[in-house]
Design a protein around this ligand. Sequence first.
Ligand SMILES: O=C(O)/C=C/C(=O)CC(=O)C(=O)O
Ligand SMILES: [Mg+2]
Length: 222
Amino acid sequence: MAAVRLPRFWEWGRKIVCVGRNYVDHAKELNNPLPSEPVLFLKPPSSYLREGHPIEIPWYSHNLHHEVELGLVLGKGGRCIPTADAMDFIGGYALCLDMTARDTQDTCKQKGLPWTLAKAFDGSCPIGDFIPKQKIPEPQNLRVWLKVNGALRQDGNTSDMIFSIPSLINYISNIMTLEEGDLILTGTPAGVSAVHEGDRLEAGLGNISTMNFTITRSSAKP
Ligand SMILES: O=C(O)/C=C/C(=O)CC(=O)C(=O)O
Ligand SMILES: [Mg+2]
């Protein structure tokens, strides 16, 4: 059953759990201290965006950043998953963007508010095709890259994560139950930068999966 359903997991309405500051070079470029525990936040299912639809700059932001990330798709659910068993809970992978309204995030941080406006707006999680687990035998040694208008901006490797994939699944599942079809974004490497109307984004996981998106400005405004 899971093998048939997982390729369209973004239609299930499952949660998206995001890990932040999980690469030393990215934490440093934003002048953040290195975390002693994973930094977590959530995106709603309305964040999913598939190729063919533009990424919208929210009406309240003038500094929308790209963050390319490896996504883990849960093949089965669990609570308090032991680190040693964690890889068995992965059904596959996906190339993801964690689009971030950086100016809004800075304001939220100054005011001590949650990052919801900065991270959880409609279309803030552009996503590529589902990648079956067998296609990525070494998920902890994978190139993650992103180009804007043909220029390489992010070029990292999942081997540089501070918290490994199994340790993230263990940590998260000791806070909230993970369900089949949930997505975990594992953090972004260095090179995040602003995007503008008309920009073309191309991202990839090695040469296993690539995706393209254009940038537009949202027409929504209260
Ligand atoms: O703490 C900040 O200023 C920013 C953190 C992030 O946006 C974290 C991520 O989403 C990430 O590292 O991928
Ligand atoms: Mg991120």
